[in-house]
Design a protein around this ligand. Structure first.
Ligand code: UDP
Length: 328
């Protein structure tokens, strides 16, 4: 069991994955302070007493927060996440994600915090040549968002070597689902992710567009590895424990190893909700690889993590419960 009494600084704790991990940390007995500028997160997702409304680029303010108490580790979620937006305004992404992370790491070096868990992504691989994808697959991002994460992963290698700042990079596959107790969930504006868009189509009656029907997959739609956000949160806690207990820096894929096509997800949504989803087929979305499935055996072997909430129906059920609470 993870130890309680540990003090964790969470950046981006008002966001989707950050808010779930914060709740799980608190449920498990950790002390948590959240840094978030609320530019995209939800204020109501964070207990006001724990929130420090600070921008990642403001190194001096980060140093002040880090000096509030002796933090054992930082979990760094704060970032922009839209691939499409990153291809329109890459400067925004390099500024916020890469320069923002550098500012955070600088503040950590100044205050002597030596452990960080970093939100990385399957987008570092681009169009992978080996599936399921092992961590040894080379960096080959095909969008600016993925490149911002590669840059931070590389900075972390240097900071380990030169400042003894140890890091675990968690490369998420398709984060999905919501807190089973309905306390927080996915809510982006505008929404770009498949499962909430399928729900919106049910709610509004306006068809969702499925991007591409001619991929080299059994039903012609893209296959992804959907991982429940609660399982992602558990991976962060396992990573913190590893670092705090003296474990080495590492990079891990976080997925289930099981892929589902867009049409299979649509059918699961219809089954769970009992409603039909209006949809049409549209052209492929630029930069979408046909097949992204994780080989997460390294994470399972090293940290003893395994997915427990990531059955597709469980993902859809918890997400649907949250959707009806948040947007009904
Ligand atoms: N997708 C789709 N229509 C949409 C949004 C997504 O067909 O309106 C597809 C997308 O092409 C991909 C899958 O759903 O194959 C998951 O996309 P999402 O944006 O949720 O996550 P990503 O894979 O980009 O991280």
């Amino acid at each position: 069991m993870p130890s309680s009494n540990r003090r964790i600084l969470v950046t981006g704790g008002a966001g989707y994955i950050g808010s779930h991990t914060t709740l799980q940390l608190l449920d498990t007995g950790y002390d948590v302070v959240v840094v978030d500028n609320l530019s995209r997160g939800r204020r109501e997702a964070v207990d006001p007493a724990r929130l420090r409304e600070v921008d990642l680029l403001d190194t001096e303010s980060l140093v002040r927060v880090m000096n509030e108490k002796p933090f054992d580790a930082v979990i760094h979620f704060a970032a922009y996440i839209s691939v499409g937006e990153s291809m329109k305004t890459p400067e925004l992404y390099f500024h916020n994600n890469t320069a923002g992370s550098l500012s955070l790491l600088t503040a950590m070096i100044r205050t002597g915090i030596k452990n960080v868990v970093f939100s990385s992504t399957a987008a570092v691989y681009g169009m992978p040549t080996t599936v399921p994808i092992p961590e040894s697959e080379p960096y080959a991002p095909v969008n600016a968002y993925g490149e911002t994460k590669v840059m931070v992963e590389k900075m972390l290698n240097w900071f380990d070597q030169l400042h003894q700042l140890r890091s675990i990079c968690l490369r998420y596959f398709n984060a999905s689902g919501a807190d089973p107790e309905g306390r927080t969930g996915e809510e982006h504006d505008p929404e770009t992710h498949l499962i909430p868009l399928l729900f919106l189509a049910i709610k509004t009656g306006k068809p969702v567009t499925l991007f591409g029907s001619d991929y080299p997959t059994p039903d012609g739609t893209c296959i992804r590895d959907y991982i429940h956000v609660s399982d992602l949160a558990r991976a962060h806690i396992a990573a913190v424990e590893s670092l705090v207990n003296g474990g080495p820096s590492a990079k891990y894929n976080v997925g289930t190893g099981q892929g589902y096509s867009v049409q299979e997800v649509l059918r699961a949504v219809e089954e769970v909700t009992g409603r039909s989803v209006p949809y049409t087929f549209g052209p492929r979305r630029e930069g979408d690889p046909p097949l992204l499935v994780a080989d997460s055996s390294r994470l399972q072997r090293d940290l003893g993590w395994k997915p427990v909430d990531s059955g597709l129906n469980r993902i859809v059920e918890t997400a649907w419960k949250w959707f009806n609470r948040a947007r009904a």
